[in-house]
Design a protein around this ligand. Structure first.
Ligand code: ADP
Ligand code: ASP
Ligand code: MG
Length: 452
């Protein structure tokens, strides 16, 4: 069997849903499990409605609810010109009622917990899949009965043993040659049945998890670009599709901001040894990317990505000189405050590291002040240069820094796996840096090393 995941823009309206249905039908003999996102912008709208309700603006929230339902009703009407099937109508009435109740509850209490937010956010995928499954005449599976997670609302951690058992019990019988099953990406539930989500953009992750649980031959991520490109095409229009990527390169790119794949997507596929392909829904015959464990090229630089804003903390202490245990003490403070550190670079008497811009730093800074001075630089962006043979190709770093001659680079870090060279710059400089690097490293290819 295969997993076919379609993102929000792939199911934006009735015409898109028809195209998706065609693609699923063409794959019928491979027994596709279709994993859908919410329709384009729906999850954003649900977040907005929830935030309005929390602020007490129930009228504003309900206005968004009305617009959302009108849009989904419009798609259903377009797909069923002679009237929606009764079961679909009933499902839409029920989902609409649920959203209404949730928004009223949030407005009444002026309280929006991550748990309430997940319940509200789940409506997007539940709506899109109900309409699509009815249109295809396919089995509809509530992902919350299969995608078991812990209770970390907003970023549920999948419980693989349960997920595998539930997939075998509930999904397996519905798929196979000649059959299509449809389920939701992004959402799951705890053992108690409380709705959770896997974090924004999490449908890719869902697809990989279902694919691994079911032993899929291929996990297909269908989106609005011809695969993974050499850079975000919104920043660098010259970005080119990449035919083949290694798991390591893809994981690194996703972690460093290439939105085309959720950062956690690759792991389940790696573990199960299943290739992931990234394709364009509107150009199914076009180019696409295949991500596999093997490296087949001698490419020194594969792609670039950026992620920000982040904050650089520079921790300096004279005590660091010739002292063992300083770093242990330093990171112990971060661990106690549950702040995760991204990039690190050390000098003799100082350590620079990056943390997410939203990280709560006040209490951490107080603890650090006990043994070090800390400098804080906000609104920085990480620019990552990723390539399997980066480390093995002489002169690449020279080309990088040549391209950055007009940019003030504030931190440099070569990832431990050595396929990622990251630099940190002021956020205002990031796009320029990315364009210069793309021009120097990708538009003019670096001489290839010998293939691995
Ligand atoms: P979907 O809704 O299908 O999940 P996303 O919007 O999450 O789609 O991801 C696709 C988008 O990711 C593209 O439209 C593109 O703007 C952006 N993107 C960022 N970096 C890259 C990259 N390296 N390659 C391809 N797309 C990228
Ligand atoms: N609908 C969710 C989001 O917009 C999940 C996804 O599309 O991957 O974040
Ligand atoms: Mg996405």
């Amino acid at each position: 069997m295969i997993v076919m995941k379609f993102g929000g823009s792939s199911v934006a309206d009735a015409a898109c849903m028809r195209e998706v249905a065609d693609l699923a039908r063409q794959a019928l003999d491979r027994g596709p499990l279709v994993v859908l996102s919410a329709t384009a912008k729906t999850t954003d709208t649900l977040f907005q409605a929830a935030t309005l309700a929390e602020s007490g603006d129930l009228a504003g929230a309900l206005e968004l609810h009305r617009a959302l339902m009108t849009r989904h009703r419009g798609i259903a009407r377009d797909l069923f010109p002679d009237g929606e099937p009764e079961a679909l109508d009933a499902a839409l009435v029920e989902l609409s009622g649920e959203l209404d109740l949730l928004l009223r509850g949030v407005a009444l209490l002026h309280e929006l917990s991550p748990r309430s937010m997940d319940a509200i956010a789940s409506l997007g995928e539940r709506l899109s899949t109900r309409i699509f499954a009815a249109f295809m005449g396919a089995a509809w599976v509530d992902a919350r009965t299969v995608m078991r997670t812990d209770a970390t609302f907003g970023c549920g951690v999948p419980l693989l043993k349960d997920l595998n058992a539930l997939s075998a019990e509930l999904l397996q019988p519905l798929i196979g040659p000649g059959k299509v099953a449809v389920t939701q990406g992004y959402i799951g539930a705890t053992a108690q049945g409380l709705t959770t989500t896997l974090g924004r953009g999490g449908s890719d992750f869902s697809a990989a998890l279902f694919g691994a649980a079911l032993g899929a031959e291929d996990i297909q991520i269908w989106t609005d670009v011809e695969g993974v490109l050499t850079c975000d095409p919104r920043v660098v229009p010259e970005a080119q599709p990449i035919a083949e990527l290694s798991f390591a390169e893809a994981a690194e790119l996703a972690a460093f901001g290439a939105k085309v794949l959720h950062p956690a997507t690759i792991q389940p596929a790696v573990e199960a040894g299943i290739p992931v392909t990234v394709r364009h829904t509107r150009r199914p015959q076009g180019r696409f990317t295949t991500i596999t464990a093997e490296v087949r090229t001698g490419r020194p630089v594969t792609a670039l990505a950026m992620r920000g804003p982040v904050t650089i903390l520079t921790v300096a202490s004279a005590k660091m000189l010739n002292q063992s245990g300083f770093l242990a003490r330093l990171f112990d403070v971060f661990a106690r405050h549950r702040i995760s550190v991204d990039l690190i670079s050390t000098a003799e008497v100082s350590v620079s590291l990056t943390v997410e811009a939203e990280a709560p730093l006040e209490a951490l800074m107080e603890d650090l002040a006990a043994f070090a001075t800390v400098g804080v630089a906000e609104d920085r962006t990480i620019v990552a240069i990723v390539g399997e043979r980066l480390k093995l190709t002489p002169g690449v770093t020279g080309r990088c820094f040549g391209a950055l001659r007009d940019v003030n680079v504030e931190m440099i870090s070569m990832g431990a796996n050595e396929i990622n060279l990251s630099i940190v710059v002021k956020s205002a400089d990031a796009k320029g840096a990315l364009r210069s690097l793309h021009a120097a490293l990708i538009e003019v290819p670096v001489a290839e090393g010998r293939p691995a």
